[in-house]
Ligand binder design. Structure first.
Ligand code: 5AD
Ligand code: SF4
Length: 492
C-alpha cells in the first residue's frame, strides 16, 4: 500500500485515486473542504428517504455515514439542501410513488435553485426508469445505482464542482469497498450484510436483475464487522442476504477460514457470530425454503442468542404455481420443512411472504395457499398482490389474473392470515419475556416500545433510559398483533 495521508492538502490537490476506499475517502475530504470554504460556517443539510427492504435501509445508513463524515447535517425535511431517494422497484406501485414525489419536489427546486436532488437504489438499475427521469424530470441532479452507492460523496462533489447532471449506473458489481463510515439509526441494533445479489430468478422477481449475482463477504470481514458493532454498543445483529442459505457461493475476497474449511456455510457463520462476546440477539433474513439445512435448524436450536424466529417465504401453496414461479420446492416439501423446524424448536415464531394473483393462479391454486396458511400457524405474513415487473419471465405469461378476482382473493387471504396471527400471539399471554426496547411510544405517552425475540411488538410503561436494554416484561394484554406489557425487572 502506498503512503498517503487523506488530510494532506497536497494529496487532496492531486488527482483522485483510481478506485476503492481510498478514492471515496479522498472525495469525502474534498467535499468537506469545499463546504468549509464555501458555506460560510453554515452546514449543508441532507435528507434521505428510503423505500423497500432491510437491505435498502442498511444501505441508507451507509449513505448517512458518508455524508455525516463529510460534514453535512441530517435534516429530516424535503427543505434540506440535498434530498436523496433510495428507491425500491420490487412492485410497480413503488415506481409510481417515486414519480409522485418528484412532481412535488419540482416546486421546491424552483424556489431553491441550489437544491440537489439525488436518486439511487434498485429502481435506478432499470434503463427505462433512467429514460423516463431524463425526459420528464430534468431537475434531478444525480442518479446512481445499487452497485456504486458508496460513491455518493464523489457524485455530490463532482456535481457541485461542475454543475453537471451526474448519471452513474453500473450494470454489475465492480469493486468491493469495505470500511466506509456508517451511521446507524439505532445505536443498539444493526443490519449486517453477509452477501449481496441473488441467483434464484424467481420468475416474478426483479431483484436478480437490479442487485446482480450472489457475492458473499468473507467470514473474516463479517466477523470483524460484528465485533466492531458490538464494541460500538450493538447488542442485536440482523444478518442480511437475499438468501442466506446459499452464503458462500462466490466470495468477494480470498479467505483463510474458507481455505482451511471449504465446506464453511451459513450455519457455521451463524454459530461463529453467536459466539462473539457481547452479541445478545442474532437474527437473519431471508431464508429460502429450497436449501434450508438441518445444520441451520440445529444452530437455531442450540445457540441461545440466535432468536427463535424464522422468515420462510411461501409465496404460494400450489405446486403448479410454485413451479411457474421457479421456487424449486413443492407444497409437501415446504410443509415437511416447517414441521421439522417446529419439532426441533417448538417455540419458534415463523413469518412468511405470500403473493396473490400470480399469472395462471386458479381458485384451486389459491385454496391451496389458504390451506397452508391455516395449517402453518404463521406468526406474521407479508401479503402482496402480484405486480408485473417488465423484464421478468412472468410479465410475459399470457394468463394474467383479473384484477377484481385478485382483490377478492387478497381480502380473503388477509382474513386467514390475521386470524392465524392473532391466535399465535395469544400464546404469550402472561409469560415473562425479554424485550429489547427500541424507542419511545409514538402514541402512548410514558410508554416505550420494543420487541421480543419472536419479533412481537410490546408497549410498556417505562422510561426512555431503558431504550437499547433487554428487559423482562410480563405480556399482560394481547391487542391483535401486539402486546401491552408490564416491566418486571431489568435483565442487564
Ligand atoms: N409482485 C408481488 N410481490 C413480489 N415480491 C417480489 N416480487 C414481487 C412481485 N413482482 C414479494 C415476494 C418477496 C417479497 C420481498 O416481495 O413475496 O418474498
Ligand atoms: Fe427475488 Fe426469489 Fe431472489 Fe427472493 S429468492 S430476491 S424472491 S428472485
Amino acid at each position: 500500500m502506498d503512503n498517503y495521508n487523506i488530510y494532506d492538502e497536497y494529496y487532496l490537490s492531486g488527482p483522485a485515486p483510481l478506485g476503492g476506499e481510498k478514492r471515496q475517502r479522498y472525495y469525502i475530504q474534498k467535499l468537506k473542504m469545499y463546504l468549509t470554504e464555501n458555506c460560510h460556517g453554515k452546514s449543508l443539510t441532507y435528507q434521505i428517504q428510503t423505500f423497500g427492504c432491510q437491505m435498502n435501509f442498511h444501505d441508507s445508513e451507509r449513505l448517512d455515514g458518508i455524508l455525516s463524515d463529510a460534514g453535512l447535517k441530517e435534516y429530516n425535511s424535503e427543505d434540506a439542501d440535498i434530498v436523496i431517494f433510495n428507491t425500491c422497484t420490487i412492485r410497480e406501485n413503488a415506481n409510481q410513488k417515486l414519480y409522485g414525489h418528484l412532481g412535488r419536489l419540482k416546486n421546491l427546486k424552483k424556489n431553491n435553485k441550489n437544491k440537489i436532488i439525488a436518486l439511487c437504489g434498485c429502481m435506478m438499475q432499470e434503463p427505462t426508469v433512467i429514460e423516463t427521469i431524463s425526459k420528464k424530470y430534468p431537475f434531478v441532479d444525480i442518479i446512481f445505482g445499487t452497485f456504486n452507492f458508496h460513491r455518493i460523496a464523489e457524485f455530490i462533489f463532482r456535481h457541485i464542482e461542475t454543475g453537471e447532471r451526474i448519471i452513474e449506473v453500473e450494470k454489475e458489481y465492480s469493486e468491493n469497498v469495505e470500511n466506509l463510515p456508517v451511521k446507524r439509526k439505532y445505536e443498539f441494533k444493526s443490519g449486517l450484510n453477509i452477501m449481496y445479489g441473488c441467483n434464484n430468478f424467481c420468475t416474478y422477481c426483479i431483484v436478480p436483475y437490479v442487485r446482480g449475482r450472489e457475492r458473499s463477504r468473507t467470514p473474516e470481514d463479517i466477523i470483524n464487522e460484528a465485533k466492531c458493532l458490538v464494541a460500538s454498543g450493538v447488542s442485536e445483529i440482523m444478518l442480511l442476504g437475499q438468501n442466506v442459505n446459499s452464503y458462500g457461493v462466490n466470495f468477494l475476497e480470498d479467505s483463510e477460514i474458507i481455505a482451511r474449511n471449504p465446506d464453511y456455510a451459513f450455519p457455521d457463520l451463524l454459530r461463529d457470530i453467536a459466539h462473539i462476546e457481547g452479541v445478545k440477539r442474532l437474527r437473519f433474513m431471508t431464508s429460502h425454503p429450497k436449501d434450508l439445512s438441518d445444520e441451520l435448524i440445529q444452530v437455531i436450536k442450540e445457540e441461545p442468542v440466535v432468536c427463535n424466529y424464522i422468515h420462510l417465504p411461501l409465496q404460494s401453496g400450489s405446486d403448479n404455481i410454485l413451479k411457474r414461479m421457479n421456487r424449486t420446492y413443492t407444497r409437501d416439501a415446504y410443509i415437511t420443512l416447517l414441521e421439522k423446524i417446529k419439532t426441533a424448536v417448538p417455540d419458534i415464531a415463523v413469518s412468511t411472504d405470500i403473493i396473490v394473483g400470480f399469472p395462471g393462479e386458479t381458485d384451486e391454486d389459491f385454496e391451496d395457499t389458504l390451506s397452508i396458511v391455516d395449517m402453518a400457524g404463521y406468526d406474521q405474513a407479508f401479503t402482496f398482490i402480484y405486480s408485473k415487473r417488465t423484464g421478468t419471465p412472468a410479465a410475459g405469461y399470457p394468463d394474467q389474473v383479473d384484477e377484481a378476482v385478485i382483490r377478492e382473493r387478497f381480502a380473503r387471504l388477509l382474513e386467514h392470515v390475521n386470524t392465524a396471527a392473532k391466535k399465535r400471539v395469544e400464546r404469550y399471554k402472561d409469560l415473562v419475556l425479554p424485550v429489547l426496547f427500541e424507542e419511545e411510544d409514538k402514541e402512548l405517552s410514558g410508554f416505550i416500545t420494543g420487541r421480543t425475540e419472536y419479533n412481537t411488538t410490546v408497549h410498556a410503561k417505562g422510561s426512555a433510559e431503558l431504550i437499547g436494554k433487554i428487559v423482562n416484561v410480563r405480556m399482560t394484554e394481547p391487542r391483535g398483533f401486539y402486546y401491552i406489557g408490564e416491566i418486571v425487572e431489568t435483565e442487564n
